[in-house]
Design a protein around this ligand. Structure first.
Ligand code: 5GP
Ligand code: ZN
Length: 123
C-alpha cells in the first residue's frame, strides 16, 4: 500500500532528524500548518518508541521557532488524530502543528476541544 508520507519528497522537507521529519500539510487549515512524522511507517501515536516521540518533540520545537519567525502567529494547536474514529485519514502517525491567528475564527475559546461534541456544558 502506498503512503503519501513515506513518499514525501526531499523538496517538501522542512527539517528532519534521525527519527522524524517535518513538512507542510498539503491542505493547510491555517497558514504554516505543519505535519511532523516518524520516519518509520506505523499508524498510532501509541506505537511510537520513546526515541521517536523525542525526535518528533524536537522537530515540533524547532518548527515552532521557524513559524514564529515566518508568520508570527498568535497561538498554536498541536494535535494527533488516532484511528478512524479519532478522525485519522492517513495511517502514518503525524502530529499537526497548527499556527493560530487573532481573528482566524470568531470565538477561539475551546480550541481543539471544539472538534469533539461536548457531553457536559463547559462554563
Ligand atoms: P489526519 O486527518 O489523518 O489527521 O490528517 C491527514 C493530513 O494530511 C490532513 O491534514 C491532510 O491535509 C494532509 N495530507 C493528506 N495527503 C497529503 C499529502 O500527500 N501531502 C501532505 N503534505 N499532506 C497531506
Ligand atoms: Zn508511511
Amino acid at each position: 500500500m502506498s503512503c503519501p508520507f513515506c513518499e514525501i519528497s526531499p523538496k517538501q522537507l522542512l527539517r528532519e532528524n534521525e527519527y522524524a521529519k517535518a513538512f507542510y500539510d498539503l491542505y493547510p487549515v491555517q497558514k504554516g500548518h505543519t505535519l511532523i512524522i516518524p520516519k518509520r511507517h506505523f499508524s498510532s501515536y501509541f506505537e511510537a518508541a520513546e526515541e521517536e516521540v523525542l525526535a518528533i518533540h524536537r522537530l515540533i520545537q524547532e518548527q515552532k521557532k521557524a513559524l514564529d519567525k515566518e508568520f508570527a502567529p498568535d497561538g498554536y494547536n498541536i494535535g494527533v488524530n488516532i484511528g478512524e474514529y479519532g478522525g485519522q485519514t492517513v495511517p502514518h502517525l503525524h502530529v499537526h502543528l497548527i499556527p493560530r491567528y487573532n481573528g482566524d475564527i470568531e470565538d477561539p475559546r475551546g480550541g481543539i476541544r471544539k472538534a469533539i461534541p461536548n457531553i457536559v456544558q463547559y462554563p
